[in-house]
Design a protein around this ligand. Structure first.
Ligand SMILES: C[S@@+](CC[C@H](N)C(=O)[O-])C[C@H]1O[C@@H](n2cnc3c(N)ncnc32)[C@H](O)[C@@H]1O
Length: 369
């Protein structure tokens, strides 16, 4: 399966202080021809005819319901031709109204993901509207409305991304308590150092991030939390099954993930949009998708592998970690090199493995008595 981060616009009604979008990212809105070429092109390229489109941005709901109705029509048409196509929308939720929720509830292959950095006191530090006003209540309203629909119709998703940054690293317990009370599952993504986040204001040290997530994991395990928290669930799955999950630990993300901007430019991932040296092609050219996979950028990045990264060669968690993220590595100077969050992955994978082994031993002793 291929996962396409499709960005119908980079425009946004929020001004998150750490937004990773590069100043040179494509402007404008995706038109229908581009959306058609994105979906047809990547579904056809996928070797097992499976494609998952994450409509991202910028704020994708600025593109309006008609754009997503068109996406639903293409999805239906691809399905009729034997492709397995699913969609997700990653949104700040502020523009989500009942009409949009009705539409998503009626089509069977759209799920919603939100972004919120914690309770209002914490979220207001990083995710204001362009006017400077708080966006907290509008996002939370959208998440609650989606959860309410989940209990009545099919499951529409509704999990949240929390960015771990200097603004909330000391408050992660309160973040967990808040999402526990709201019964919202979440995923913690450490700060990416690009776009506005390159200024350093929200920077976290990878060792500090490791300590914060180690403590959060312990607190989550001890608190009988009913909500799913990533990357912990993913890490537990990876340690237990031996199969890695998520783009950061995919081994090489190149075959399974790709991104397209509003005007059809293809990049290895959504974080690179606007970085000319990472441009792979454009979906609106003849053979655009095929050419992108033949591009020198793609061919070079295919060589990124834990086996080729010096620091990974004798690492005890390299089977799970697989070298981390090439974009993070690029922000540190070499896309083929070490991910600067390496100390965080090392500490978390080692800790999760030790906790699981202990639980397993306890279960075995319990079975013997
Ligand atoms: C760029 S936004 C686009 C989609 C949508 N507007 C939203 O808020 O979900 C996607 C996600 O990236 C996160 N994000 C933005 N800048 C980031 C950074 N520097 N590091 C890590 N995550 C970041 C946002 O908080 C959000 O969860």
């Amino acid at each position: 399966m291929i996962t396409v981060i499709a960005k119908p616009t980079h425009d946004c009604n929020l001004r998150c202080g750490y937004c990773y979008i590069e100043p040179g990212a494509e402007r404008g809105r995706m038109d229908e021809r581009t959306a058609l070429n994105v979906m047809e092109g990547f579904a056809r390229h996928s070797h097992d005819h499976r494609a998952h489109f994450i409509w991202h941005g910028g704020e994708p709901l600025l593109c309006g319901i008609a754009f997503f109705e068109f996406v639903a029509d293409i999805t239906a048409s691809l399905k009729k031709r034997g492709y397995h196509v699913t969609n997700a929308i990653q949104t700040n939720g502020t523009l989500l109204g009942p009409d949009f929720l009705d539409f998503v509830s009626d089509v069977d292959d759209f799920r919603l993901g939100f972004s919120l950095d914690g309770p209002q006191r914490i979220n207001d530090r990083t995710r204001p509207y362009a006017t400077g006003a708080s966006s907290f209540n509008d996002t939370l309203r959208a998440i609650r409305m989606t959860r309410e629909r989940n209990s009545r119709t099919r499951h529409l998703g509704g999990g949240v991304i929390v960015v771990l940054s200097k603004a909330n690293i000391a408050d992660m317990k309160q973040v967990l308590q808040f999402f526990n009370e709201e019964r919202i599952g979440f995923k913690v993504n450490p700060l990416i150092r690009s776009g506005r986040a390159r200024h350093g204001e929200y920077d976290i040290d990878p060792t500090e991030a490791a300590a914060a997530l180690h403590d959060l994991f312990n607190y989550w395990m001890q608190s009988d939390s009913m909500v799913s928290v990533d990357p912990f669930v993913d890490f537990i799955g990876s340690v237990a099954s031996g199969c890695s999950v998520g783009c950061n630990h995919a081994g090489n993300c190149r075959e399974r993930y790709v991104s397209v901007g509003p005007l059809g430019d293809i990049y290895p991932c959504g974080r690179f949009d606007g970085v000319k040296s990472m441009w792979m092609g454009n979906v609106n050219t003849p053979n655009g998708v095929t050419d992108a996979y033949g591009s020198s950028v793609h061919q070079r990045l295919l060589g990124r592998n834990a086996k080729n990264i010096l620091e990974c060669s004798d690492c005890v968690v390299s089977d799970q970690c697989k070298g981390g993220c090439l974009h993070n590595a690029w922000t540190a100077g070499d896309a083929l090199g070490k991910d600067p969050y390496c100390p965080m992955y090392h500490r978390l994978f080692t800790h999760v493995r030790a906790v699981l082994q202990k639980e397993l031993r306890n279960a075995e002793v319990g079975n013997e008595t």
